[in-house]
Design a binder for this molecule. Structure first.
Ligand SMILES: Cc1cc2nc3c(=O)[nH]c(=O)nc-3n(C[C@H](O)[C@H](O)[C@H](O)COP(=O)(O)OP(=O)(O)OC[C@H]3O[C@@H](n4cnc5c(N)ncnc54)[C@H](O)[C@@H]3O)c2cc1C
Length: 394
């Protein structure tokens, strides 16, 4: 009915999940369909040994992004990822989904049914139709042990292979304008839960004091380099350990309003790209980069619009905070960062800022034409497009 009404009135339809995408991918001036309350687990069962039987066995997905107030269709729609070289981005965990198309038809999609649509819809950008349900391949619920400890950028880049082998969910945080890094290992464990969190350090210092100092630094940008070093020393230079159920360790609070970019480059380019970014920041003393630059890894996959399509990848996530909502200049930092990412064959995260147009995306994503052909068949009039998607497809 909504689709018919939109057609009658010449309006477009955008489906909103959790509304957590930092880019404009979920925005529209047409009809906005909020699916955030469709949050029921419909079934937990065994399908050709893929899923665990629902007889009281608690299940979990093997990997999750950092934010938890999101929807299943929303996270797969933008290719949300976590870290770990044996783990793919979230769309790789999808084994089936149900799609309501622009014509009102309901398609059950999987490897064996509507296979072409399934390949496209695992990372759908919200432009193929309305996703009504998603089936994930699950594993038995598990607990994770997180160990975080300090290091330096040259060291961690030199020993990247070892870190990737040593921990299933390895990532690191780099504090720009310095060599400081925070190395984070997360691995399944049977140890009892433990937590190192503290309101004083996490909130009073790590949020309220930091936001105030970041705000001061908008008047004196030279302070940022000092803030990055000082907070590393204060909060991130000792070893800490946490144990909890997997989803509690995977998700962490991102408290600040921020600008963000997160491109994926071939994993072999990690060292070169980060050292170039460090050198570029040194060469432009007026430029500020907030901490952390978050470096994560993902296994290559066959998902058509995945930034990790057919290659193991490293995601380099850069941020600029907006203390108390105050805007900060981003263009120069973005230009330098994007230049380095492009040079190393980067592909942008669909939910975050990027300046790519269709011509570039066609070169970056080898299966882009296949996706376009499915999209044009399913939505020939572009009812599910918005200005962000027009830039991508038109
Ligand atoms: C604090 C924070 C932390 C984050 N951490 C990570 C991270 O660790 N890793 C990472 O990769 N990303 C991360 N992100 C990005 C986030 O995971 C993605 O933006 C994700 O898509 C948000 O899900 P959502 O449900 O809010 O989707 P929305 O933003 O609401 O929508 C995303 C897209 O999916 C479409 N869509 C949503 N529901 C449907 C549906 N039912 N049918 C059809 N289309 C639909 C929308 O139209 C839109 O195109 C983070 C974002 C924030 C704000």
């Amino acid at each position: 009915q909504i689709l018919e009404l939109a057609r009658e009135r010449g309006r477009r339809v955008k489906v909103l999940g959790g509304g957590h995408s930092p880019s404009d991918i979920a925005c529209t001036d047409g009809f906005l369909l909020h699916m955030g309350n469709m949050d029921r687990v419909l079934q937990v069962g065994r399908a050709s040994s893929l899923l665990w039987r629902g007889e009281g066995i608690p299940v979990a997905v093997p990997s999750l992004g950092a934010v938890s107030e999101v929807t299943a269709a929303g996270v797969i729609g933008t290719g949300t990822h976590n870290t770990g070289i044996t783990h793919g981005i979230l769309p790789t965990q999808v084994v089936a989904l149900t799609l309501l198309t622009a014509s009102g038809e309901i398609l059950e999609c999987s490897e064996s049914e509507n296979a072409e649509v399934f390949q496209a819809a695992r990372l759908h950008l919200g432009c193929l139709g309305i996703v009504l349900s998603v089936t994930f391949q699950c594993v038995a619920e598990f607990r994770l042990r997180e160990v975080a400890f300090p290091g330096t950028l040259p060291q961690v880049l030199e020993q990247l292979e070892q870190h990737l082998l040593r921990s299933q969910y390895f990532r690191f945080l780099w504090f720009p304008h310095s060599d400081n890094v925070r190395i984070i290992y997360q691995d399944p464990t049977s140890r009892p839960p433990r937590s190192s969190s503290s309101w004083i350090w996490d909130y009073a210092v790590g949020y309220y004091l930091l936001e105030f100092l970041l705000w001061i630094s908008t008047f004196f940008p030279g302070l940022v380099s000092w803030i990055n070093r000082f907070f590393f020393w204060l909060l991130f230079s000792s070893r800490v350990e946490n144990v909890a159920r997997s989803h509690r360790i995977f998700s962490y609070e991102c408290r600040f309003r921020q600008h963000v970019q997160d491109w994926a480059i071939p994993i072999g380019k990690t060292k070169e790209a980060l050292l170039e970014l460090q050198a570029a920041l040194e060469a432009h003393p007026g430029l500020v980069a907030h901490f952390p630059v978050e470096v994560r890894f993902s296994k290559g996959d066959e998902v058509w619009l995945s930034p990790c399509f057919q290659r193991d990848s490293c995601f380099i996530n850069v941020i600029l905070y907006r203390p108390y909502g105050k805007d900060v200049p981003v263009l120069e930092y973005w230009r330098i960062y994007e230049g380095i990412m492009r040079k190393h064959g980067g592909r942008p995260h669909w939910a975050k800022a990027h300046s790519c147009t269709r011509r570039e995306l066609e070169k970056m994503y080898p299966a882009f034409p296949k996706f376009c052909s499915v999209r044009e068949k399913l939505d020939p009039t572009g009812i599910f497009l918005n200005p962000y998607l027009e830039k991508v497809f038109c």
